[in-house]
Design a protein around this ligand. Structure first.
Ligand code: TYD
Length: 208
């Protein structure tokens, strides 16, 4: 059976990835594809435990390197246990965040730089998405959408952290113009979804 297709969604906090993923799943299933949706950090029992450690507000002593390695560990498990097997079965995998999140948040946001990429290449066994949607929204607007109540450890960061992350994503879009598709996320849910569906229809030609 042919290898499947791997889609990831990226962006700073509060850009509305989850809503868009639900709609994309519907669109692709209507076309007859089997779609596996997952999220990072998480997606397997081990990875969900690692997620709790990462997002726990009381873990204020966590070093930047520890944080980066736990994200990578969670990802290694998800790739081996779920993503690779699904792709081998010819399924479409949609992942809410992937390596680009670590490069943007830990590499640019925390300042760990290029090491993030090499650690993650090892963790993922070199797996890369076929297409990555970067939902582009000014970090200030994203924060306003999240609201105060739902803040986890990462969301507590100051706005300048999110601007570094955001700049990291813009750099990634320049570096990987083929893979990364920038989507203006300040528009309506319907407009954003249409934009993504058009891109996929174009890129997935010949997959069926
Ligand atoms: P989550 O609640 O899933 O946020 P969102 O809905 O915005 O995706 O929390 C994930 C948080 O972890 C988010 O603030 C981004 C951050 N993160 C990293 O810093 N590095 C990573 O590699 C990943 C996957 C996420």
């Amino acid at each position: 059976m042919e290898r499947g297709f791997f889609i990831t969604l990226e962006g700073t906090d509060g850009v509305g990835k989850t809503t868009q993923i639900g709609l994309l799943k519907e669109f692709l299933e209507d076309k007859g594809y089997t779609v596996y949706v997952t999220r990072e950090p998480g997606g397997t029992p081990i990875s969900e435990k690692l997620r709790e450690i990462l997002l726990d507000k009381s873990n204020s002593e966590m070093t930047d390197v520890t944080e980066m390695m736990i994200y990578a560990a969670s990802r290694a498990q998800l790739v081996a246990e779920r993503i690779e097997p699904a792709l081998r079965q010819g399924e479409i995998v949609i992942c809410d965040r992937f390596v680009d999140s670590s490069v943007a948040y830990q590499g640019y946001g925390r300042g760990l730089g290029d090491r993030v990429r090499s650690v993650n290449a090892y963790a993922t066994n070199g797996l890369e998405p076929d297409v990555t949607f970067f939902l582009d929204l000014n970090p200030k607007e994203g924060r306003a959408r999240i609201g105060k109540e739902v803040q986890d450890r990462l969301e507590q960061e100051k706005l300048d952290f999110f601007y570094r992350v955001y700049d990291g994503y813009l750099d990634l879009c320049q570096k990987y113009p083929e893979r990364m598709v920038r989507i203006d996320a300040s528009r309506s849910i319907e407009e954003i979804q249409k934009n993504m569906r058009d891109v996929l229809s174009e890129r997935m030609k010949g997959l069926q």
